[in-house]
Design a protein around this ligand. Structure first.
Ligand code: ATP
Ligand code: MG
Length: 206
């Protein structure tokens, strides 16, 4: 029996949006995966100096809501459970240790794939997984690792969490760019609001 084929799609997901979901679904189908794990970064160390990042538990809640009832897409807390800075190699090793027969596919948008050379222990990735790059507007990622990379074509969706946070901060709607359940949680938690209206205090940061 072949091992389970599992996609690992990591992100800050602050918030998760249709670009993430379409990419995960396409990878699932194109590569005939059994499951795609949407792995919520605990502490995205390459981002954490730059801006306020929504607490990991809240981002996990958003991703869980985004995939609720969606077959074969799963919110994963593996990086949050481990704590500390988020290194993808550690995550792959954890998943491999839990199921030695698993075949892992690391799914990345082209912008994220282009940054692989800056990652912790980047040279160990190829032995742990197959790297899969999905299209993202304005980014290309050729030859960033010393191993074959798969490419999955996805419809180009010009949406980013950065834009969504800016829209929410400006009081504009994010409807249709995120699942309804995500929009409702962003609203009820008061996420991304500019100024004193924000209910996420500095104390919640990790
Ligand atoms: P931010 O603007 O805060 O960086 P983001 O929209 O880039 O947010 P991330 O959580 O940084 O989202 O990305 C997680 C993964 O999803 C990365 O591999 C990224 O390349 C990919 N991704 C994000 N948006 C898209 C999109 N519109 N199309 C394809 N891949 C995407
Ligand atoms: Mg990003």
């Amino acid at each position: 029996m072949r091992g389970r084929r599992v996609g690992v799609f990591g992100g800050t997901f602050d918030p998760p949006h249709i670009g993430h979901l379409v990419a995960a679904q396409r990878a699932l189908e194109t590569l005939d995966l059994d499951e795609v794990l949407m792995v919520v970064a605990h502490d995205p160390w390459q981002k954490s100096g730059d801006r306020h990042i929504t607490p990991a538990a809240t981002r996990l809640e958003l991703v869980s809501a985004a995939v609720a009832g969606v077959a074969d897409l799963t919110a994963s807390s593996v990086e949050i459970d481990r704590g500390g800075p988020t290194y993808t190699v550690d995550t792959l090793e954890t998943l491999r240790a839990a199921d030695p027969d698993v075949e892992l596919f690391l799914i990345l948008g082209a912008d994220a794939a282009a940054r692989i050379p800056t990652w912790h222990r980047a040279g160990d990735l190829a032995a742990l997984c197959t790297v899969v790059v999905v299209d993202r507007p304005g980014a290309a990622a050729d030859g960033v690792i010393d191993a074959p990379m798969l490419h999955v074509e996805v419809p180009l969706l010009e949406v980013s969490s950065t834009d969504l946070r800016a829209r929410a901060a400006a009081g504009r709607s994010i409807r249709f760019l995120v699942p309804d359940a995500v929009a409702e949680l962003v609203d009820s938690h008061g996420l991304y609001r500019a100024g004193p209206g924000s209910r996420v205090s500095a104390d919640d940061q990790h």
